[in-house]
Design a protein around this ligand. Sequence first.
Ligand code: BES
Ligand code: ZN
Length: 439
Amino acid sequence: MDSKRALFGLALWLLMLLLAAHPAASGEEGAFDGRSKPVSALEGAKARPADAPQARRAPAEESVWVSFGREDLRDARWSELGLGEPAALGERSAIYELPVSALPELAQKMHERFHRCGGFFAHATRREAEGDLRPHAAAPALAYTVDQKGFVGPLLSQVKEAELRAAIEILAAYHNRYYQSETGVAAAKAIQARWQQLAAELPGASARLVTHGGWKQPSVVLTIPGSESPDELVVLGGHLDSIAGMWGGANARAPGADDNASGIAVLTEAIRVLGRSGLRPKRTIEFMGYAAEEVGLRGSQEIARQYASAGKKVVGVVQFDMTNFRGSADDIYVLSDNVSPALSEFLGRLVDEYALGKRGTTRCGYACSDHASWTKAGFPASAAFESSFDGMNKQIHTDRDTLANSGGTAAHSAPFARLAVAFAVELAKNSPPASASGR
Ligand code: BES
Ligand code: ZN
């Protein structure tokens, strides 16, 4: 009897150990969905012949197509990902089919093995992924000018550290902003409500939720319609989702204070300042909070692709992803890869012309954030980062990405909010007031 009880105790203990290691097996939402799966979700990657059935939409939450840059496959650490043979290989990239639940683990492994953020695109269909195999057309270079100093100058001092800090704190207080969690949806709705409130002073402006097909979390888009060329768009964006850990998924604490509450705070502060400025942009300005960036740039890809197929004219995009951690000597780092060189040069010029701080350049080495979705869709995109890539905040994607771990203030983000104001006005151009134009 005693030995039976001991055996039962041992079995129970082993079960507990198993559940602790794999929360999903306990019925929580997570990487494995409770079905019997291999030890690593990534082992579910299927190698497929290139002539496999085309463009079959993966059943919801079943599988996803992922593309990587060809240079990644030449890296010695590549085999550690355990992805096996790609389904197809192209000049630019390689594509794989994975269970959708493997995405968070893949992002985490890319961080651990490559000491950099993920660098893959996730696609719902094989055909979408195949679009990545060929080189993309470069975005047309436009003439970018700085001639709005009279309007922009006085706005810069209205950017407030306390406003930025409050915005970061509100977002970081959500348990997480994961793309498949209820709090991830609630955070997106709160951002939309705040943007709508701030846009009240801008004629015709409104903020909407953009829902996506394959997951819960919506993106948020605030549109300020242009007065002269409303079909020409200026886009300022950052991702609103957060993520932590390999097994955490929808349940893990992921404050994402730096990555990327700090980027959403920068956009929110720019909207607040522009809302009080009397701005009447000639071109349409759109502020975007993207869903599901942390699992393959999914929200921004869907939006950028949709804008491309609708034939929209996007004259410039800037991405704010991580703005509040001072990890290197300079204040603002302009990204140099997966971007438009002409627009990035302009972004740097804005930093200098408006004396926003010391400027550096850096590269991710792969498609590290949503700017890459726009570049891939053929639009001119740029990005501003808080540090050089080497000096990056090591706490991101953990429960330690808190405001306290970025120094407890939003001081480092302030020049980014000024840059956002300058970018919006210098690219969209303000209409002169009716009296000044003689109307
Ligand atoms: N904010 C990071 C990207 C980043 C990290 C840039 C450090 C510069 C320094 C971003 O949110 C991120 O983690 N992206 C994902 C993208 C991937 C899933 C395509 C990543 O790299 O894991
Ligand atoms: Zn990020």
